[in-house]
Design a protein around this ligand. Structure first.
Ligand SMILES: [Zn+2]
Length: 311
């Protein structure tokens, strides 16, 4: 099961025995974002297609039990990837019962204004977002086991809307989610990239287990990134120390070859001999061993190198 599927599964379980007002919000969000309207027996009717039968079964149950509106799941076709797609076909009355549609005096169908569909109460706002995510949402997170430990691996949550005005209304209605918006082909996509924002979203839609999984990954990655930074830093410092030491040893050897060593001042001879005996000592360790400052040690090494280069 993908991470997206597990989030949806959690949402579906939490919506199953919801309040009447929230069942209405959930179904409204689903049909408004993913429903298509077609003429069937008994006039216009909504239908939704999905490969997620658990989701379709929930929609069917909500429609039947909360709105006394018949709904039927039928095999539809195969997706491009060969997955079986099913369709849930709703009774023609469901649009009116949810407030998606109404009739004028002649019985002509009128579609409700997008913003009037967005619920006001907190419980229903949550149910509406649960419906949107289940119908048109997806989320990907980096895999814990992945070898890549850099920060470029993606966290990405999105809702994909066919109706851009609806997408804008949703973006405005949920300021705390901090959705960003982009156009993709003929769709408008609201998305979140920040891992902490995604975690907040998962809590909001009651996908608590998914949120825990995500948090584990965030923590594991941040610990590993910190460890990597520390290791890279240590390795760089060791390289620097050995580099410097190699230069110093070369200079000392050169001074000996040129017969200049014995004529050096004692302070230089002392540090040169220490370096010959301790090739891996850091500047700090050299300074401490000789009872001088780090800059003093640095200065003496620089002097040795300078002298070794004179003829
Ligand atoms: Zn409610």
């Amino acid at each position: 099961m993908t991470f997206s599927q597990s989030v949806k599964s959690e949402i579906i379980r939490s919506v199953r025995n919801t309040r009447h007002c929230c069942a209405k919000s959930f179904l409204t969000a689903v049909l408004k974002s993913a429903g298509s309207l077609s003429i069937g027996h008994g006039g216009f009717g909504y239908s939704i297609e999905s490969d997620n039968t658990e989701f379709l079964a929930l929609c069917q149950t909500l429609s039947r039990e909360y709105f006394d509106a018949y709904a039927e799941i039928v095999a539809s076709n195969l997706s491009a990837k060969g997955t079986a797609i099913y369709s849930c076909e709703f009774d023609g009355s469901v649009g009116d019962k949810l407030g998606l549609t109404s009739r004028d005096g002649d019985g002509t169908l009128i579609f409700s204004d997008t913003t009037s569909l967005l619920p006001q109460s907190d419980c229903c706002k949550r149910a509406f977002m649960q419906g949107l995510f289940t119908a048109i949402g997806s989320v990907v997170i980096p895999q814990n086991e992945g070898l890549r430990s850099d920060d470029t691996a993606k966290y990405h949550l999105e809702l994909r809307f066919a109706d851009s005005a609806f997408a804008e209304a949703v973006q405005r209605a949920y300021p705390l989610a901090e959705f960003r918006s982009m156009a993709r082909k003929s769709h408008t996509v609201l998305y979140i990239k920040e891992s902490e924002r995604i975690a907040d979203f998962l809590v909001y839609v009651n996908a608590v287990n998914a949120k825990l999984k995500l948090e584990n990954i965030i923590i594991t990655r941040s610990v590993r990134n910190a460890a990597n930074r520390q290791r890279n830093c240590t390795v760089a410092n060791i390289d620097k120390t050995l580099d410097a030491s190699a230069k110093q040893q070369k200079a000392i050897a050169l001074l000996r070859r040129k017969g200049l060593f014995d004529g050096l001042p004692d302070s230089l001879k002392e540090i040169a001999i220490f370096r010959e005996q301790n090739p891996e000592a850091t500047l700090d360790e050299v300074a401490t061993a000789l009872g001088i400052s780090k800059s003093g040690a640095n200065h003496r090494f620089a002097k040795l190198i300078e002298l070794s280069e004179t003829d």
